[in-house]
Structures are given as structure tokens and as C-alpha cells.
Design a protein around this ligand. Sequence first.
Ligand code: ADP
Ligand code: ZN
Length: 735
Amino acid sequence: MLVEVAVAAAVRGTFTYRVPPALAAEVTLGQRVAVPFGRSRRATGYVVGFPAAPPDGHALREIVEVLDPFPPFTPALVQLIRWAEKYYLVPPGELLRAALPPGLNARRGAQGPARRGVEYAAAEPGAIDALPSLGRAPAQRAVLEYLLARGRIPLEELRRAFPHGRPALVALARRGAVRLDRETKVARTGVLAAGAEAPALTGAQAAALAEIEAASGSFATFLLHGVTGSGKTEVYLHAIARARAAGKGALVLVPEIALTPQLSGRFRARFGDDVALLHSGLSGAERHAEWLRLRRGDARICVGVRSAIFAPVQDLAVVVVDEEHEGSFKQDDGPAYHARDLAVVRGKLEHAVVILGSATPSLETLENARKGRYRRLELPRRIDDRPMPRVELVDLRRLRQAGAELAPGLLSPRLVDALGETIAAGQQAILFLNRRGYETLVACEACGEEARCSQCALALTHHARRGILLCHACGRTERMDARCPSCGGARFGVGVGTEQVEHAVRARFPDARVARLDRDSVTGAGDTAAMLARFARRDLDVLVGTQMVTKGHDFPGVTLVGVVLADTALALPDFRAGERTFQLLAQVAGRAGRGADAGQVLVQTFHPATRAVARAVDHDYGAFAEAELEDRRRHGWPPFGRLLAVRVEGSESAAPRAAEALARLARPALRGEVSLLGPAPAAIERLRGKTRWHLLFRAAAPQPLFRIHAVLAPLASRPPGGAEVRFDMDPQSMM
Ligand code: ADP
Ligand code: ZN
């Protein structure tokens, strides 16, 4: 017997091993195994196939051990990973590793946290009925009889009773007669009772649900397009409730759980312990415990972030991707897969309904809906017909021309007035600025030299409270000396960050309760949740923050949202800059006026006529998307063209040399159907001491890009000068 094994390491391709007869009964698709790898090294691998014949000319080695009583991956997940491996040009082992909770990845299984808990075995209810059919499997019969007599027992006891009983036990588990589980010492946080009341759906919600229902049982993808607060989440909850009533499972992907405790809370409140959460705020052991509950079918609904696309939900019937436009579904480093797009693939593999929800769908998804590939469902109005907040532009250009004083904090007189009124009325305000720190640039008055990171091609940000200059890319700090290190001249800072806004608001409104939410003010998920809870309890009047304040929070007390500067993302060298700006503005505006009182949004900008800003002010997604798609079509950008980014990193000399070498190799293969942009230095040319170059390949469809990859792969795995090359299919980041 032969098996194809993906090794959990950054190596391309898979390897064939022989299965020793003693292990043959235990090896199934998706099983985790220990294999000899390289020179005497033992590695963890996963069984991803059963080849009929060995590859030519290789002496095959044998797998050493089967590491789990049941395979961590279902056959459908193995298929999904193999699909992702080919599409995203990622070594399968890397994907498999990313797909599992940390405990299961330990190279030697016995040492990982996965093995720490006590393992138990028990006969399943009704297993006694299996006894007559075990006449020709005496070992299985003996083990099952023992378990029927003893109930749930530690595996250790069974090992002592049946020293050679493991294959029999595994066979019993596979036929569903025996359950194997493991008790970790993890206390699961707050066991919730299900059953929070579901509201009666509005007409639009009911119509959307009816269409989803009609498609259930087979594969279909829906775009659920609804403005913020239109009741999308309620539609997900209903669709999942129906699946659950039919004994089926559901997977809900969200961009970020720590920032949206309300959302996961609603799922827990409705479905109780049937929900397993998977996100990075959990400890490894907690994640492992949640993962096991899904794998065993004890929890049928998974709510998780990007990597939860690989969660072992059983009998999957509904896949939801909330805020499908969010960039965080695509990983930048490590295996560069897009969880939203994989959600559609998984739905297809498992015959599930896929719901992509957003107030501002990505143009890729919109175009798929326009072409009829996805079905579009609309929730055009907010619940209870609450009005969309009124959005007003504050033209900073004109204010500056009129000589108005904008610093500190870039607070315009209009914004100060609105803040004053909001605070006086006992209501709450959110101020959003997508820049951390006090001043975003520090330079010398005398020689003009800017403070830059020695390792990255980036200006340092002044963080006043800590008294430091900080590199936001690599985290290096320098002392904030008042004098220029080159000439001794006096230095000054420009550019406003959230710390300065917070400072300015406090100075203006000394009695107001003001807090800041960004990566400097909170560390970890617990902190973030605590601050959001304070704001929700109305212990705070004003919350200043980065995009952490824009997420799907539902704060009924918020009547004012101020966008301190709408333009921060506009100038980025990225064809999605406009789309990102529109999405952020729509998202943050949606935080206002969710309660009984109407909301108002003030958007400060130096570019009031820019499409993204102007259309966000009108709440006109349709007009924005229409015009933006036209531009994309004209320039061949996605969704009308496909991109493959090749990212090269290395020494100052090696990176450009490797990039040029790759370009030379690729050019004859372009054949008029692929265009090559670059090679060129990346927008952030130096990062953590490494020089970065990019090549961007563009074609009308993915196939020619795979061809380019095949041409480049041999060189990419051994580029000159020790550079590193990464392929990124459908790149989201152009930096
Ligand atoms: P979205 O996900 O589109 O932002 P939500 O589902 O969160 O919208 O709904 C917004 C608010 O309206 C929430 O407080 C939710 O509980 C409430 N809501 C949603 N649907 C209904 C309904 N049919 N009846 C009453 N309230 C609802
Ligand atoms: Zn740096």
C-alpha cells in the first residue's frame, strides 16, 4: 500500500511512502502521520492521496507512525487544500499547518499540547448492535465488548488490556462504534444556553431567506448586499437555524473576532454551545479544544477568522462570509490564500449554500453577481426604516485657504461644534483616523532630514506619551531627541495621528470622558473588548481610534461620527485605494444613528471631489461601483484581469538581481496573453533590513499565470544571491 503525503514544511509537492502492514488499517485520507524526511529527520505529514504506482526510480521509505486516532481532515477538506495548493501556488504542507490548531502541528505528536490531555475511549450508543457483524474481526469484537462493559475509560487502561489493540480500536472508531476523545484541562469560557429570541423577519429579510432556503441542499453562492444595520446578520442566523434544525453544520467567517465580540455573542446567544469559536485571541489549547468539538460533531457551527475556512465542520450546509470585502480574508505572508474565495470553493465541494454579506461588496464579488455567477439579494433599508446618517463634508482645503488654524488634532471648527453639542446632549461620538501616533513625520528645521527607520524605507512616527519614534513596519524604536542627529538642528513634527486627536479632544473638552482605541492603547483581545464594553455602557463620551473603531459595532448611543481625515488611503500606490477608502467611509458612517436618535457624520478631507469621498457622502455604492468598474475595465485591473505578484526579498544587490533574472526568464513566456509590470522596487522598498522587489503579471484568466509560475518555479526555489521569492495569486496588497 502506498500513500501520498504532504509534509508539514515549506517544501513544494508531495511525497510517496510505503505503509507497513501493521499500520495499514489505520491509514485513511487526511490522517496525520510521522514520516522519515530528508536525512534521518522525522517530520509530520498528512495523507492526501493513495497512488496506485510508485513514482519512477525512487526507493520508497515507510511511514513510521499514525499520530491520531481519527484523521484531522475530512476528505472534503483534503480536496479543498489540494485545490488551494494548486491555485494559490502554496506548498500543501504550509496550508495544512495553517489549517490546524497549534497543538496538532507539533513535529513529534507526543510532545505537543494535543497529546497533553487524557485520552478516553467509549462505546457509542447503539454500538452493541455492531457486535454480530464483528464475527470475523475478533480483535475488534474483544475491544468493543470490553468497552461496552467498562463505559468511558482512559485510553491508557485499554492499552494495558490490549497491548496490540490499536488497529482494532481505530477500525471501530472509523465504523462509528467507538468514540475517542481527549480531555484537556481547558476550562471553556462561559457555557451559554441557546435560545435568545429571534425577531420576526422584515419583508426584505424574509424574501432573502426564502431564496437561500430554496437553494439549500445544493451549491449556490449569494451576495447579500445590505447597508449597515439592514439586518444581514439576522438573515445569517435564520439560515443557520434552519440548517441546524436539519442536523447540518454551518461555518461563519468574520474578519476579526476580537473587535466584534457583539457578533460572535449573537451567535452564542442564539445557538449556545453548538457554536465553536476559532480565532487568534484564544490560547493554543483553547483553539484545540474548540477544533475538537467541531471535529467530533459536538459543536456544529463554527464562527472564526480567515483560517477557520479549514475548520472541520461536519455536514456543512451553510457558509457565511461576513464583510466579504475585507482585506483580512487574504493573508499577506505565509500561505497567501483568500478565505472568501475558498469559501465558495468549499461550498461547491460540500454542496453547501454560500452567503457573502457586505454593505460595500468588493468589486470582484459585485462583478461575479453581475455576471450571474452569484445571486444577488438586497436589503436596501435599515431595520425600522431608521434613516441613514446625514453625511456632511468639511473641506479642509478651503479652511486652510481661509487661514483657519487646524492643528492640533486637525479638528475643524465645525467638528469641534458638533462634538460639543453631542457631549452636551449626553450622546456619544466616534472619531476615526487611520494613523496611529502623535505626529506621523519628524524632520529637522535646519537640514530637512527626516527621521527614518534604519531597517525600513519608512518615516518614523512620533509617539508622544512614550517619548519615542516608532517604526510601524518593524517596531524599532528610537529616542525622541529634540535635536537632529545629523546637524544638531531643532526638529519639528507634522502629520496628525490618533494620539494627537485624543490629546486635542481632551484639551478642548476637559470634562468629557475620552479614550483611544488603537494598537498602541490596547494590547490583546481582552483589552479591546473591555474598552468597547466601556463605550457600550456609555462610560465614555468620545472614542478616538484607527479602523478598529469602524468595525461592525452597534452602539445605539453614537450620534456623531467624525472622520478626521478621509484621505489617508487615497494616495497609496494601489488600484484599490479608492475602493478601500469608500469601504472605510461607509463602514464608519454606519456606526452613527443606530439607536433612536438620528446620526450625523462629518467627513474632513482635502479632496472633496474624489469619487470615493463624494459617493460615500451620498451613500451611493451603486454609482461608485459603476464608475470604478469602468476604470478597472479600461486598465485591465481585477475583476477584469487576474494578477500574480512575485515578491522578491533579499540583500540590496541580490533582490534586484533575482527580480531581473525572473523577468528575463518570464518574458519569452508571456506570448502576448500575459503582461509584466516591473520588475520594480516595492512601494515599501526596504523592510526589516531587506530590499524588496516586485514583479506583477496580469492576464485575462488565471491559466496563463499558472504557466508563468511553472516557468519561474525552478529559479524561484533557488534564486541567485540567496534572495527569497514568494508567489501571491490574486494579491490584495500592492505594497
Ligand atoms: P447588519 O448585519 O446588516 O449590520 P443586523 O442584523 O446587525 O444588521 O441588524 C441591525 C440591528 O437590527 C440589530 O440590532 C438587530 O438585532 C436588529 N434587527 C435585525 N433584524 C431585525 C428584525 N427583523 N426585527 C427587529 N430587529 C431586527
Ligand atoms: Zn522599521
